[in-house]
Write a protein that binds this ligand. Structure first.
Ligand SMILES: Nc1ncnc2c1ncn2[C@@H]1O[C@H](COP(=O)(O)OP(=O)(O)OP(=O)(O)O)[C@@H](O)[C@H]1O
Length: 269
């Protein structure tokens, strides 16, 4: 699906203050791409995601899915559009009283699928995420990575054509993050799906996304293909995100020094 945002604005007013979280945001990415939206805490990423995923309506501006305007839809039409949207979250948002299989079944029950089709789809989705043997497992017995796999299976079970990921790997260790991003990329390659990832980690953008938008103080300050933005970032905030990943990367020399200190013989060739 092709997602287009035009001049979106959103202001939240509380008793104490009024905050404009999204300011004149326009974005337009190719069909079925993996898009990263990166920004610091409070930059407006989640607010933007809520507008793009139709959870909230903008004060001004427009949201288009495949060229059709979808903000401010009447309730019935909005509910129909919601079936086209999958979402996964940092804290998984699974039903802890249900098994893995029953979590995946939930949106299909809501959509009125019959029992036989639900059972078959649950098995298919759990196999897709590598958890075919955990259908009957209570959620509480699963690791963080396994929980996110169940959440992905649940989000994609009703065959949405866009998947929003809200800091989906932020609660996971680096190895599990890597595995979940690989899974999302594998699934994306096998189906007609646009993926929008909200993140504060440039590694996630580097490892999984084709396009990126950098958000700061409500504005999109830089956007483009990931390869172009990594090669020649134009904005200081983007450069800061990039230098953060470079600092965290293990250099060959530091890895060799570590292994030698552990008593290993290292052949530098
Ligand atoms: N429902 C709301 N009511 C009032 N203010 C809000 C609401 N949602 C967001 N804000 C404000 O809008 C600004 C942007 O918040 P938002 O959560 O979108 O940023 P973010 O980039 O997702 O941050 P984080 O990574 O910390 O979640 C913040 O100043 C926040 O306090």
């Amino acid at each position: 699906m092709q997602l287009r945002l035009e001049h979106l604005n959103k202001t939240y007013t509380t008793k104490r203050a009024s905050v404009t979280a999204v300011k004149d945001v326009s974005l337009d990415f190719p069909d079925n791409s993996i898009i990263g939206i990166i920004g610091k805490s409070g930059a407006g990423k989640s607010s933007l995601l809520r507008l793009a995923s139709l959870l909230e309506t903008p004060d001004r501006g427009e949201v288009y899915y495949d060229g059709v305007r979808v903000d401010h839809l009447p309730k019935k039409e909005l509910n129909r559009r919601r079936l086209e949207i999958g979402m996964i979250f940092q804290n998984f948002n699974l039903f802890s009283s249900r098994t893995a299989g029953k979590n995946v079944a939930f949106p299909l029950e809501l959509a009125g699928w019959n029992r036989r089709d639900i059972d078959a789809r649950v098995k298919e989705m759990l196999a897709l995420v590598g958890l075919e043997d955990r259908e009957k497992s209570p959620i509480t017995t699963l690791s963080g990575g396994q929980k996110q796999r169940v959440a992905i299976a649940r989000a994609l079970a009703p065959r949405p054509n866009i998947l929003f990921c809200d800091e989906a790997t932020s609660a996971l260790d680096p190895q599990t993050t890597h595995e979940i991003l690989d899974l999302i990329k594998k699934i994306h390659a096998g189906m007609n799906l646009t993926v929008v990832m909200i993140t504060h980690q440039m590694e996630v953008v580097r490892d999984a996304c084709q396009y990126v938008a950098v958000v700061d103080k409500g504005y999109v300050i830089e956007t483009g293909a990931v390869s172009d933005v990594f090669r020649s970032p134009r904005h200081e905030i983007t450069r800061e995100f990039l230098s953060n990943i470079r600092r965290e990367e293990i250099t060959v020399d530091s890895a060799i020094a570590y292994l030698q200190a552990q008593g290993y013989e290292v052949n530098k060739r």
